[in-house]
Write a new protein. Structure first.
Length: 206
């Protein structure tokens, strides 16, 4: 079983367990106030393994399935067994880094909560975009655009929404998870920058 599948299975199980037990959900969700006051730092991880509902879970896990498999294979190709360690580091550190801005912003507000694997998944997606920038990403299985164009639009959208707080989605987690995915991939494999540029330079839209 691949690490991607294992993460999906564990996340599905923990999400269902949380839905069926409000006390467990309350203990696992990211609440910056509780983290700050009670030093419950485990919430940076536990909140990434629970979701709001089935649609939230399915969307994140489908995205992880496609892009996680790609990055597992790429890291395995370049680093062998160490690539598995890098993949897990990308996912789990991405999960933590994505929540840090929200923690700093809301650590004095007891009513703020967030949950979901979106930050970690964004890290995986943007790592994949860095290695394969011209591979098309399809939105709603219909509208397909090259990965690097999708990445630019995604970052701009996440930044804008994060500043305006127009909905209940933690766009800051998406943004910082994505940025971490880029930084981490460059750190472990600096040559990816040249490969990225070469692919972009040879890209033709038509």
């Amino acid at each position: 079983m691949s690490l991607t599948i294992l993460l999906i299975v564990v996340t599905a199980i923990t999400s269902i367990l949380a839905w069926n037990n409000p006390d467990r959900l309350s203990k696992w969700i990211m609440n910056p106030y509780q983290v700050s006051r009670k030093k419950e730092y485990y919430r940076f991880i536990s909140s990434g393994f629970i979701h709001n509902d089935y649609m939230h879970l399915i969307f994140n896990m489908i995205t992880l399935y496609y892009f996680g498999d790609v990055i597992e294979k790429i890291f395995g190709y370049y680093f062998g067994f160490t690539g598995l360690v890098y993949f897990l580091a990308l996912y789990f550190i991405g999960m933590i880094v994505a929540d840090i801005p929200s923690y700093l912003k809301y650590r004095n507000f007891s009513g703020y909560n967030s949950l979901g694997a979106s930050g970690a998944v964004s890290a995986v997606v943007f790592s994949s975009i860095l290695f394969n920038p011209t591979t098309k990403i399809c939105l709603y299985f219909a509208f397909c655009i090259p990965g690097f164009i999708f990445g630019i639009l995604y970052l701009l959208y996440s930044y804008y929404q994060g500043r305006h707080m127009a909905d209940n989605i933690n766009h800051d987690a998406h943004l910082y998870g994505a940025l971490f995915g880029l930084v981490f991939s460059i750190a472990v494999y600096p040559s990816v920058i040249g490969k990225f540029i070469d692919q972009i330079m040879s890209f033709r839209l038509f």
